[in-house]
Design a binder for this molecule. Sequence first.
Ligand code: HEC
Ligand code: HEC
Length: 216
Amino acid sequence: MELGSLRLAMPTAVLAIVLSTAGRPEHSGAAALPGQDLQAKLEYCKTCHGLSGQGYYGYFPIPRLAGQQPKYLENQLRAFNERRRTNPVMANVAHSLSPWMVAALAAHFRNLDARPIGGGPKDRVATGRTIYQEGLPESDVPACSACHGPEAKGQDEIPRLAGQLFPYTVNELTNWSKERGQGGTKVDTSAIMTPTAHNLTQSQIAAIAAYLSYLP
Ligand code: HEC
Ligand code: HEC
């Protein structure tokens, strides 16, 4: 089979799964144990986010969750659910999760240690590293390492960026103000990143995303 058609086929199959499970209540049988529920939910997440949470390159990129900070992950699920972060797929997914389940999923993904998939242009990695560690004082871009950490592992509400998929990071930084912090009055944690994302050029974004995509 051609790789191209395989890549296109996967999201369609996966979308069918989402649509068929979207309306299902959290507890379908009174006898179901929380542990079994968690296992089923994890398998569901991993059909898209990869068996070890490493992310998935497809028609649209599905982000890595392995090693992600639990507080950040929980925050994002809440943001999807409240439509402050716009994504039709994840809005449906987040809608059906109980607080207990969210905490259990976050703890599970935090402990996964998948190897990065890489995928960014290698000739941009060195430039990306410099911007990440030092920022761009002439364009008011702070050093990313100041918040995300020298190894890009994140902390609490600040996400891990190490090993994130190249096209996903490019998408987020390019579309920040259109997809995050939506819905008017309530200011959320996404506001911290708005000026930084705005001040980066496409070429600088690609360089940083390339650097991060290889970082273990
Ligand atoms: C049908 C595919 C699909 C399924 C199933 C799915 N996700 Fe996602 N998820 C996505 C996509 C696509 C995105 C990227 C959304 C965007 O671009 O804003 C995403 C984004 C996320 C993010 C934000 C990551 C970040 O770095 O900001 C979290 C957290 C997340 N998903 C958690 C989960 C959890 C937990 C489950 C299982 C309960 C799950 N997802 C199931 C497709 C899926
Ligand atoms: C002042 C602290 C701070 C600085 C400096 C900072 N960030 Fe962030 N960043 C955050 C916070 C907080 C979030 C989570 C926002 C949210 O909750 O939506 C974030 C989120 C992100 C995300 C989204 C990750 C995901 O999985 O969707 C990317 C990408 C990102 N930052 C890249 C960068 C880059 C590149 C730089 C440097 C040019 C940088 N950040 C500098 C605080 C910071």
